[in-house]
Structure formats: structure tokens, C-alpha cells
Write a new protein. Structure first.
Length: 221
């Protein structure tokens, strides 16, 4: 289907998509602690910290299936409860909200593309006003196949009515970069997240960002 390019931004991108956890929200340690709590309670053991970090970016139920197999459902309940009990640790990265505001101000249309379901994301949205800036929010329950498949990015593009070549997808995980590349958008690796820079470099993103200032520079702002 042909999508007429959206032309209001003065820069090279008419739309920018962002992952949430590890990209806009500094939640990697809290997620890792939640996974560890679930493993200790239901499996009787924990894993190296790097194991938990490596799973960030996958849907929570997939994380639990990898860690606990048939105990995935009960482990997920434990992890979600732990996360919410310690939600005061959930913070935005420095510059995240200012960057969303600046991009929105100049006419760039914004979207959130996350591996959380809407039910999982809603508490975060009540704490952090990301939806104030987002024209579309694509959660894992809106597509049959989540990231790293391109389906969530395709849905965001369809909703925004912007051609893939006019869109940048910023994410901290290899799953974000794989999804973006498969969908035909430009990709930017957020190196401030939990995934090592080498993991992001291996996905050959169009950009490697050290800060949100780099994101704005890529958008010529």
C-alpha cells in the first residue's frame, strides 16, 4: 500500500518511533530485579545479571518462558507485582521528555513501540506523561508477532500514515533494531540502555546514539 509522505517536519524525518524501557525509561535494573525475584521464588535459583539484561526488549511472557518454562505465568505475576511495588525507581532518562517535546514542537510525529502489553504499560503512562507526545502507541498485544518482527513498526507506520523512509526508530535493544530494519525505517541504537554497545553495533544500525542530544542532531535540530 502506498502511503503519501507526511511533510511537516523541517528535518529528514517526518516521524520518530521510540522504544520505552531502556530507551525513554530507565527501568533496566528494576526489570532485572523483578526477573530475579521471580526466579528465586519459583525456581529456587537466580541467573547472572547479564542474562536478565539480555532479555529486556522481549515481551514479559516470553522472558518468563525462557527463564521458567511451564512456570512462566506464575513467575510473570510475581515479577509484575515486584515491579509495581518498587515503581518509585522508574525514572525517565535525562533529556528524554525534553527531546519528545522538541520533536513534537517542530512537527515530527512521534510513536511508542514497546514489547509491553497495554495493561503492563498503563501504570508507567500514569507516572510518566509519554502519551502527551505520542500520536500512536503500539503495545505487544496489538500485533500477532512482537519485536523483533517488523509488525509493530508496520502498525505504527500505518497509523501515522508516514512512509518508512521518512521514519527513525530509536531503541536500546537488538530486537528494536531488527524490527526497524525489517520494516524499512532508519534505526538508531540507544547506547545508554542495558545492552552492550557491541550488541547494538552487530545489528548495523544507521545511527548509534550516545545521548538524546545525538537524536536531535540526527533530526537536524
Amino acid at each position: 500500500m502506498y502511503i503519501e509522505p507526511h511533510r511537516s517536519s523541517p528535518g529528514p524525518f517526518q516521524g520518530v518511533l521510540f522504544d520505552v524501557d531502556g530507551t525513554l525509561i530507565d527501568s533496566a535494573d528494576l526489570i532485572a530485579d523483578s526477573l530475579e525475584r521471580a526466579c528465586r521464588l519459583h525456581l529456587g535459583h537466580s541467573h547472572p545479571r547479564e542474562t536478565y539484561y539480555g532479555l529486556i526488549g522481549k515481551p514479559a511472557i516470553v522472558q518468563m518462558e525462557i527463564l521458567g518454562g511451564q512456570k512462566a505465568s506464575e513467575m510473570m505475576d510475581t515479577a509484575v507485582a515486584y515491579y509495581e511495588e518498587h515503581s518509585d525507581r522508574e525514572k525517565t532518562f535525562a533529556g528524554a521528555l525534553d527531546t519528545l517535546a522538541r520533536l513534537s514542537e517542530v512537527g515530527v510525529r512521534l510513536g511508542l513501540v514497546t514489547s509491553k502489553t497495554r495493561m503492563e504499560l498503563n501504570p508507567t503512562l500514569r507516572r510518566v506523561p509519554l502519551q502527551t507526545y505520542a500520536s500512536v502507541i503500539v503495545t505487544a498485544d496489538l500485533t500477532t508477532r512482537p519485536k523483533p518482527f517488523p509488525d509493530p513498526v508496520y502498525l505504527a507506520l500505518q497509523t501515522l500514515q508516514i512512509a518508512a523512509g521518512d521514519v527513525l526508530f530509536v531503541g536500546d535493544s537488538p530486537f528494536d533494531l531488527q524490527a526497524g530494519r525489517a520494516a524499512g525505517v532508519k534505526t538508531g541504537g540507544a547506547t545508554w540502555g542495558p545492552h552492550p554497545r557491541a550488541i547494538l553495533e552487530a545489528e548495523h544500525p544507521d545511527f548509534l546514539f550516545r545521548s538524546f542530544r545525538d537524536v536531535l542532531q540526527a533530526c537536524e535540530l
